[in-house]
Ligand binder design. Structure first.
Ligand SMILES: [Fe+2]
Ligand SMILES: [Fe+2]
Ligand SMILES: [Fe+2]
Ligand SMILES: [Fe+2]
Length: 319
């Protein structure tokens, strides 16, 4: 839903797309290697950057709607819960996947592991330690503790992905089993931090975690090695159910269903009226017809999502 600055470097034949930290999850260059499912030629750098931005938004919408669905169920609003779940599936299973295919996100197990290693390394060494220091300085002790704990988890992901890559490259050692996940329950409530900087960092971190979840599920789906698939799925579960959820709790992302609907409507409005139409125009101008068509298609879908959420909000108003 939120735009982040995206930096694109074109280096001769290979195009490196760096979705700039903050975020980090797409920070890895799209390495070469056997391509999984791809469609046509590689899009232009500007289009790739727009695809990265939209994948980040789609992954975040998916993760948020899952929590909004759980909240609607807690309030006994079964049809609104189903609407959030259904919409979440479209964001991940259609919008994210199609964009991942167009941007050639999956490149074979070794390249996917290198991509994951770059993202985890940034989060473990740079992003989360900085967020923890800043939260401590701003008096947000719970956030500082969470950022420190997540930094440690990302270090665990980093070690496991590195061991898996070593095994694929040399045959030495083995692909490790994923770490155990302890899901965090997210109740509706206000922010549990006070500094604006902590709120901003939580927002950045949530987008990174949602993206890491979606990306690792995609890598798992395309993995040739079953142990690598299992490792990606395990890491994906931790990104969503522990990291995203823990940050969402402190951020106060989940409120009463009325407020969640209003937030969802604003996000869908932005994507359908501003973001996707702009990306479609740019892709068309760059000659990336497939990406332009996908962006137009998504704009139409997001408009439908917006209207469905508006209807749900009106129904609640009458109830
Ligand atoms: Fe979407
Ligand atoms: Fe991670
Ligand atoms: Fe994470
Ligand atoms: Fe949507």
């Amino acid at each position: 839903m939120r735009l982040l600055t995206t930096r694109v470097l074109a280096t001769g034949a290979a195009t490196l797309t760096l979705c700039a930290p903050p975020g980090g999850a797409l920070a890895a260059p799209l390495a070469d290697g056997p391509t999984a499912r791809t469609t046509g030629r590689v899009p232009k750098p500007r289009t790739l950057a727009d695809l990265n931005t939209s994948m980040r938004g789609e992954a975040f919408a998916y993760a948020s709607y899952r929590l909004f669905a759980a909240q609607a169920r807690r309030e006994g609003l079964r049809s609104t819960a189903r609407l959030f779940d259904r919409t979440a599936r479209v964001e991940l299973a259609e919008h994210f996947r199609e964009e991942a295919m167009l941007s050639r996100l999956a490149r074979g197990d070794a390249a996917n592991l290198r991509n994951a290693i770059a993202g985890e390394s940034y989060e473990h060494r740079t992003m989360y330690p900085r967020f923890a220091r800043q939260a401590r300085a701003d008096g947000d002790r719970a956030a500082a503790a969470l950022f420190t704990e997540i930094a440690r988890d990302e270090g665990g992901h980093l070690r496991r992905f590195r061991a898996a890559l070593r095994f694929l490259q040399t045959g030495r050692g083995k692909v490790p089993a994923p770490a155990k996940v302890t899901p965090e329950r997210v109740q509706a409530g206000p922010p549990k931090v006070r500094a604006r900087r902590t709120m901003r960092n939580l927002d950045t971190a949530m987008h990174g975690e949602a993206l890491a979840h979606a990306k690792y599920m995609w890598f798992a789906e395309h993995a040739r090695n079953r142990a690598v698939a299992r490792l990606f799925r395990g890491a994906a579960a931790m990104e969503l159910r522990e990291h995203f959820a823990g940050e969402a709790r402190l951020y106060g992302l989940v409120r009463a269903t009325r407020a969640n609907l209003a937030r969802a409507i604003a996000g869908e409005r932005y994507e359908s009226r501003t973001m996707y139409p702009r990306f479609a125009r740019r892709a068309k101008a760059a000659g990336d017809a497939k990406a332009a068509a996908r962006f137009r298609h998504n704009a139409a879908d997001e408009a439908k999502h917006m209207r469905a959420f508006q209807r749900a909000l009106r129904r609640l108003g009458r109830g």
